[in-house]
Write a protein that binds this ligand. Structure first.
Ligand code: LMR
Length: 394
């Protein structure tokens, strides 16, 4: 049986994570996988999460099935968080996903059934997992330009040239905020233009929302997606609670479908449930229940928001410190973009051999496209990191 199989390529992000873990060097620096880290270099269990978990442990009476749609109260709280009052609830249907990736998997499979071999336009570059997710769902992957390598900003003219030419049969995958891997994000005016374009062409938006609250704030980060879903008759959003609730391994996410009307929404819901039942049968509930408890409780919610703010501000501070250290040492503004980007990542634009050298000689780990996770910058070693980066590019 197995002799017919070829070795599959593993995702570079998790390959790097394993390499980092196996590296015995004491001063190694991990700017790789996108997990938040605090000033002690650990990915903490958030305070509100710990309390919610304790409550669940104390009060749970059963672990029986929730049903195929999962934890409905969790989904409803996420719809409120992400969409506010933008859309009439009668047009929205939700199911839980196993993390944001699970939500994307469900939504893309439904789209693959609606448009077998349909074209999905993905930003170039993007999170690497978007590609197998789309291919596994019977969609054909195409790209729109996104990143301007010279300015390290968004190549908006290039992006719109493709977006404006889409048809009503096409799907466009947008990063709701905090673009992964670049860290370069659309301005409000640019989001307005994207929304107007989709309204005009009828192309279908699928929005990946994995970092809500990591950019400028919960409300601020929702601007673009709310603008888009308000402008079009149909859309989908994949929400992840991995980062903003620090629930990575619990796999908590929500697949949100917005249809023209309630009748059509019921059809989409049946398809989403059919995908779940035929793949994983039921979604995990522990993380979903934690988020439900937090969002439904005034105090826990305030505590969560405060910690999320601390995390966001810490990432912002690390951006400013690293770019300032590089500017001061090199007398150039070449890395100022790190402070201008937002979210968890910045794409440094370094050649592959420089990334490789930083890893082998300096034990500085970043993804091979030169994406850094800014939360991994050690605050007390910013100068040392700046020196290493500058020495490597010289
Ligand atoms: C990342 O981009 O590093 C994270 O989203 C982790 C992952 O699943 O790839």
């Amino acid at each position: 049986m197995f002799e017919t199989l070829k070795k599959a390529t593993l995702d570079k992000i998790f390959v790097l994570m394993a390499e980092y873990a196996a590296d015995p060097r004491a001063g190694k620096i991990d700017l790789g996988v996108g997990v938040y880290k605090d000033d002690k270099n650990i990915t903490p269990v958030m305070r509100a999460v710990r309390k919610a978990e304790q409550r669940i442990l104390d009060s749970a009476t059963t672990k029986t099935y929730k049903g195929v749609v999962g934890n409905k109260e969790f989904s409803a709280a996420i719809v409120d968080l992400a969409l506010g009052n933008t859309i009439d609830k009668s047009r929205i249907r939700t199911v839980n996903g196993a993390g944001g990736t699970g939500a994307l998997m469900i939504l893309m499979h439904v789209l693959g059934r609606a448009r077998p071999k349909g074209r999905i336009f993905i930003s170039d570059p993007t999170w690497p997992n978007h590609i197998p997710l789309a291919e596994n769902a019977n969609l054909e992957v195409h790209y729109y330009p996104y990143f301007d390598a010279a300015t390290r900003g968004v190549n908006f003219a290039g992006m719109m040239e493709v977006i404006d030419g889409l048809t009503a049969d096409d799907i466009v995958l947008l990063h709701g905020c905090c673009h992964n891997p670049t860290g370069a994000n659309l301005s409000r005016t640019q989001w307005d233009a994207v929304a107007a374009s989709l309204q005009r062409t009828g192309a279908f938006p699928l929005i990946d929302l994995a970092y809500l609250g990591f950019g400028d704030g919960l409300e601020e980060d929702a601007y673009g997606l709310r603008k888009v879903v308000a402008a079009v008759p149909e859309a989908m959003v994949a929400f992840s609670a991995s980062k903003n609730f620090g629930l990575y391994r619990e796999r908590a996410g929500v697949a949100i479908a917005i249809a023209r009307d309630s009748e059509s929404a019921d059809v989409v819901s049946s398809q989403m449930q059919n995908v779940i039942r035929g793949t994983i049968s039921q979604t995990p509930d522990h993380g979903a229940e934690i988020v439900r408890v937090i969002l439904e409780d005034k105090d826990l919610r305030a505590e969560w928001e405060a910690e999320l703010t601390e995390m966001r501000e810490r990432m912002g501070r690390l951006r400013v410190k690293l770019s300032a250290a590089i500017r001061q040492k090199s007398n150039s503004k070449d890395f100022d973009f790190i402070a201008e980007h937002s979210g968890m990542f910045s794409l440094l634009g370094l050649p592959g051999e420089v990334v490789q050298k930083l890893k082998t000689e300096d034990a500085v780990y970043m993804i091979n496209d030169s994406r850094i996770n800014v939360a991994g910058i050690p605050e007390d070693r910013v100068d040392e990191l700046a020196d290493k980066l500058l020495a490597a590019v010289r």
